[in-house]
Design a protein. Sequence first.
Length: 332
Amino acid sequence: MLDHQPWIEKYRPRTLSEVVGNQPVVERLRALALSGNVPHLLLVGPPGVGKTTVALALARDTLGDALVQQAVLELNASDERGIDVVRNKIKMFCQQHVTLPPGRHKLIILDEADSMTPAAQQALRRIMELYSSTTRFALAANVSSKIIEPIQSRCAVIRFRRLGDEAVRSRLVSVLEEEHVPYEPDGIETIVFTADGDMRQALNNAQATWFGFGVITTEHVLRVCDSPSPARLRRFLELCETQKFEQAVGEIEAIWRSGYAASDLVATLFRVARTQAMITEGGERGRDLRLEFLREIGLTHMRITDGLSSLLQLTALASKLVRCAERIHTAQ
């Protein structure tokens, strides 16, 4: 019988030693856990990099499994973000008496804290002041600028980066081996590419592909993610780089007619140009060409998001990329 438990929960790290990626940040938090004196924390970074997981793991390492149920309150601020929640639920938890080891504190984890209303954040600031001797806060946010400055100044700001491809790959392979899921190496690389440093998305895509097709291959992953083929987009860039304009236009038109939205197509093209090798390897010419390609793709993406999502924008992009390649090759 298949186990239908989501892998993102089944394989969620329970301690800081199990966390992959962002090792400098994790080591800093492990030092705080050993000392027991955890300050207010503001965990900032893109989705799926482990902010909430790290906060929960820190709580377990600091308090132990037995006390987590009593001494840790986890709230999702996107659902409960009004001032009443701060005044009632959070304040009542701060006032509760819990017997803890010396030097340890209760912990309140606020996920998606950047979606809290300004009034709720102002009320939270006051509570952080009043109960700092017994309760500490860990606020997870995607954008730190949406957190009011008085709260930022009371917190140790810890910034998370997107996970590296190797970290995502190693964790994904270990999960697939544990679940006895058949896979092809190219399928793993496609999941890593589509996840773009988001471990949660990588595991969800892998599980959905396995449930849907029984084996993880490039074709199956792309069908589940509904994403343009990176290999075809790389082929398009290679045609532009070698100044084969008509063939490049034919390639991008064929991909567009497959039914992909122009915005998704250009966004994936940007990542291909950023992460995958060009024909012109190394040297100033290769670097300049990559930068020029990224610039033109970015400008096209901007126009498409403004509403000009037609095939004409994609063919114009092909023309501009070919001109960039011609100009750089001629200059050197």
